[in-house]
Write a protein that binds this ligand. Structure first.
Ligand code: FUB
Length: 349
């Protein structure tokens, strides 16, 4: 994640690209306005609980930490939960739902969370660096969708990297999808265990793949060793790192539409939300196209949810601040073609 790479040349290229993209987009009118303007919010994971929409975003702040290769300036310290009676209705900020100081094992950087409900308990899943500066995924519980949430004493065993997405299948099974390259550290787990020197791959190599693990009944642990989620082209081939307009970068989200599984994700340095379709939760998922074109700011992160028979795309941009690490969440309706493909959203017109 983040607009910096390890190579200076790429830093410059990305900076120029980012500035150009921002400039072009700010001349256009946004199709949606920020849902929240009293604090900065990002990475909106939306769910329908008890007939209302609940949004679990990151809470962006200016902590003064300098930008670096690992996205250290995304230095978030708590989560707020929001609810809405409808996507066009009033939004309620339920206040701090979980604070980093109440997560016993946490070091720094509370990144994009997600939530789930099962048998009277709400679960908040969150990535945060542990005290060794390694991203792990934690879980916290509450009896209310808005929290406050109480964190477990340790991260989910076997978890690593960032951006958990919890998907409930129609048979009642829950799966976690997760992962993110660059600052998300997925490249440091290429051998199956943590290697602080794990490098990004060169263009001709297979791209890193997101992970999936079925959840145990208690929703607090993985029921299996995490597996790769294969994203393939129309010939069944995995994408290479050089296919950076299609390969996985971060921000996994899964939803089901007409019996098919839709895996959507950010392409990171090409700034799109792409999607691929599969026949079961494990995939493989065949690339189909773009859900959301690049937005203002470097990151692009979304969720897709059905509410009262319509589908909605929650996303963020930097309309309020103009700064990549101070984002604001938005929503717009999402439409499908008759063949099940998604009509690409342009966040500006
Ligand atoms: O908000 C911090 C990180 O930025 C998220 O974890 C990524 O998906 C990107 O949006």
């Amino acid at each position: 994640m983040n607009c910096f790479t390890q190579k200076k040349l790429l830093i410059i290229t990305l900076a120029v690209f980012g500035a150009t993209a921002n400039h072009a987009q700010t001349k256009k009118q946004p199709v949606s306005e920020p849902l929240v303007s009293h604090i900065y919010t990002a990475d909106p994971s939306a769910h329908v609980f008890n007939g209302k929409i609940y949004i679990y975003p990151s809470h962006d702040i200016e902590s003064g930490v300098k930008q670096d290769d690992n996205g250290s300036h995304f230095d978030m310290k708590d989560y707020h939960v929001f609810s809405m009676d409808s996507p066009t209705g009033k939004i309620t900020d339920h206040g701090v739902a979980l604070d980093i100081k109440d997560i016993p094992w946490a070091g720094r950087q509370l990144w994009a969370p997600d939530a789930a409900y099962k048998n009277g308990t709400y679960y908040l899943y969150f990535p945060v660096k542990d005290k060794q500066d390694i991203f792990r995924i934690g879980v916290a519980t509450s009896k209310k969708p808005e929290g406050p949430f109480k964190a477990e004493k340790t991260p989910i065993e076997g978890s690593f990297s960032i951006d958990p997405c919890i998907f409930k299948d129609t048979d009642g099974s829950y799966y976690m999808y997760y992962g993110g390259i660059w600052g998300g550290q997925l490249q440091k787990w290429a051998t199956g265990s943590y290697d602080a020197n794990g490098k990004l791959r060169t263009k001709e190599k297979d791209a890193f793949l997101p992970k999936i693990a079925k959840m145990n009944n208690n929703m607090l642990s993985f029921a299996e060793t995490p597996k790769d989620v294969k994203i393939i082209d129309e010939n069944g081939k995995l994408f290479l790192e050089g296919n950076n307009d299609k390969r996985f970068f971060e921000a996994a989200w899964v939803h089901k539409y007409n019996g098919k599984y839709y895996f959507s994700y950010s392409t990171g340095d090409t700034h799109e939300i792409a999607y691929a379709i599969g026949d079961n939760p494990y995939g493989p998922f065949m690339y189909k196209g773009v859900v959301l074109n690049p937005v203002q700011g470097w990151t692009n992160h979304h969720s897709i949810v059905e509410f009262k028979g319509k589908w909605y795309l929650f996303y963020h941009d930097v309309q309020l601040s103009g700064q990549t690490h101070l984002r604001n969440i938005k929503v717009t309706e999402l439409h499908y073609n008759a063949d099940g493909t998604i009509i690409t959203v342009n966040a500006y017109k």
